[in-house]
Design a protein around this ligand. Structure first.
Ligand SMILES: *Cc1c(COP(=O)(O)O)cnc(C)c1O
Length: 212
């Protein structure tokens, strides 16, 4: 498994307007540094403790993205440095991010996670609630809602995945404006489908580092 080769292969296979988030959860610092030393700067993590530790140990020009479910009481640990939170799934969380961003004199970029999968376990807002939340978010002076994130059903049924990506893309196109520009859909198994449905940010782990 050659990490740098895998990253380069993926980068060459996606349009240049699509941002690659290298998902480095459970990866060692040395694996992350291999990617870093080849020029990559954007890494995604799904656990607060892990992202905090890596932030402290690794180069300071890494842009850290939080992609996993975020508990309200843990926002304060990542608020000083987080570059983008993909996984905002409640207004309570949005409010807390705003509060902690303010304390740190920052504006924190956020994506609203939309529930598109059939599984009940996946977090996220209902599609129908998104426009209302964006309208009401004007009060959050230190949060910038930059787009949407979604995770398709874990299945090999391409038709189902296409349907879910198509739904979130329709919503994205409806709300798209000068601030709302990011559609974060697509992982190792489905990023090509996601790009066909307007994804401009893909989150890829196992296709780079191998399966753990
Ligand atoms: C782990 C994870 C990914 C990456 O998944 P792979 O299948 O390893 O590419 C993407 N998004 C989220 C939210 C994840 O937790």
């Amino acid at each position: 498994m050659n990490i740098v080769e895998n990253i380069n292969t993926i980068k060459h296979s996606i349009p240049s307007k699509v941002t690659l988030v290298v998902v480095s959860k459970m990866q060692s610092n040395s694996n992350i540094l291999s990617a870093y030393n080849s020029g990559h700067r954007i890494f995604g993590e799904n656990k607060v403790q892990e992202i905090q530790k890596k932030y402290n140990e690794l180069p300071s020009d890494i842009q850290w993205h939080m992609i996993g479910h975020l508990q309200t009481n843990k926002v304060k640990y990542i608020a000083p440095f987080i570059s983008l939170i993909h996984s905002v799934d409640s207004t309570k969380l949005l409010k807390e991010i705003n509060k902690r961003a303010k304390e740190n004199n920052r504006i924190i970029n956020c994506l609203l996670q939309v529930h598109i999968a059939k599984e009940k376990t996946k977090y996220g807002f209902q599609m129908n609630d998104i426009e209302e939340i964006i309208k009401n978010s004007k009060d959050y002076t230190n949060v910038k809602i930059s787009g949407l994130m979604g995770m398709a059903t874990f299945t090999d049924k391409t038709k189902q995945i296409n349907k879910e990506f198509s739904q979130i893309n329709t919503l994205f196109k409806k709300i798209y404006n000068s601030h709302i520009t990011i559609l974060s859909i697509g992982m190792s198994s489905d990023y090509k489908l996601a790009i066909n449905h307007g994804s401009n940010m893909v989150r890829i782990g196992s296709a780079i580092f191998g399966k753990n």
